[in-house]
Design a protein around this ligand. Structure first.
Ligand code: GTR
Length: 348
């Protein structure tokens, strides 16, 4: 008799633990408008809202423009889905380096991410066109295309890869910098060991300039510059500044050779689970967040440029960009045909 009572008690305890685990530790939670858990039958309680919490991976710090864009996207998704979706932004590379994050988004273990378009060349053989050197006439021409139909079509080239492209974010222009010497002409690049993102196109560009390319994750660049494993890298002013690269590679050549944008992504797994109405909400939220991201971008670009000069970086302005354009011509010989259709669409 006593034994039976103990077993019953244990069974109840066991069920209790399971129930607690289901309601507390999962990704969804049941809340009412006040954000408090609803108690069944409580008088006047509103209809239960199931909140699904999603993770968004971001490799830049908290106040970086892409993180500001991500958070605006999160705010808008929450608003547009009436709180059915909440997005937590994990900044500073907490969820891993860009290539690991992309694999996880593809698998669906991370639902959302903001990445650069260069590593996406592994997932769409067409999106690489955005990294062709000196492709766009200016930023205005670029954004007219990215925010328009061609931009949408390019995002759609990711379909089928496990990634769903939602919107482009601003990343300005990338330029070269190094720890060795001022670089004014393509000839000055000769022999420098330059870190690049992992992409054949990025390697080809650096090699066309007579330098050597070392593919490496972003998070490893600072110490590689510091220890002399590489002589230089390339990026925009905000990254050069916030990642501290200016401290260890003070020679910055303002040659804006590449205008690759950032991309806000969802995993296809998440996307397939969304209702049509929620897909619409996510798409609108992504598009609407672009303006806030770009405004933050413009601000930090200026601030970063001033800050690195103040800290002692030597900027070399390039007067005659045509020299650099000519030097990277072999890249057009190698990849131009593959991207011909997109080059036309983006530059016409
Ligand atoms: C930055 C970009 C990062 C990362 C980095 C890199 O401009 O925002 O997502 O791609 O460049 O060079 O790896």
């Amino acid at each position: 008799m006593k034994k039976k009572a103990i077993s019953l008690l244990m069974l109840m305890l066991f069920l209790g633990v399971i129930l607690a685990a289901c309601s507390g530790g999962g990704e969804s939670d049941t809340t009412d408008d006040t954000g408090e858990n609803n108690t069944e039958g409580s008088e006047g309680a509103e209809e239960n809202v199931e909140t699904v919490t999603l993770r968004l991976a971001e490799n830049h710090p908290e106040d970086y423009p892409t993180t500001i864009g991500d958070k605006e996207f999160a705010r808008l998704v929450e608003e547009k889905t009436d709180g059915r979706y909440a997005i937590e932004v994990y900044s500073g590379g907490q969820l891993g380096e860009e290539s690991e994050v992309l694999e996880q988004v593809q698998l669906g273990t991370i639902e959302l991410a903001r990445v650069n378009a260069i590593p996406l060349t592994q997932f769409s053989d067409q999106i690489g066109v955005l990294s062709m050197p000196y492709l766009f006439e200016d930023e205005e021409a670029k954004w007219e295309k990215l925010n328009g139909e061609v931009g949408q079509q390019l995002l759609e080239t990711l379909d089928g890869s496990g990634l769903k492209g939602l919107a482009f974010y601003d990343s300005g222009e990338r330029s070269f910098y190094n720890s060795e010497r001022p670089v004014a002409t393509p000839e000055d690049m000769s022999g420098l060991q330059i870190r690049v993102q992992s992409s054949d196109l990025a390697i080809a560009i650096v090699e066309s300039l007579g330098a050597e390319a070392t593919p490496m994750e972003y998070g490893e660049v600072y110490s590689a510059l510091q220890t002399g494993v590489i002589d230089g890298a390339e990026n925009n002013f905000p990254s050069y500044y916030t990642a501290g690269h200016y401290e260890v590679a003070p020679y910055f050549t303002v040659n804006g050779y590449q205008g690759t944008p950032e991309v806000l992504l969802a995993s296809q797994g998440l996307w397939d689970e969304l209702s049509d109405e929620d897909k619409q909400a996510f798409t609108e939220a992504a598009r609407e967040s672009v303006a806030v991201q770009r405004e933050a971008w413009a601000e930090l670009t200026e601030e970063a440029r001033e800050a690195v000069v103040e800290a002692g970086s030597e900027l070399t302005e390039v007067d005659d960009i045509s020299e650099w354009r000519d030097a990277v011509q072999p890249v057009y010989d190698q990849f131009g045909e593959e991207y011909a259709e997109w080059i036309d669409k983006l530059t016409e």
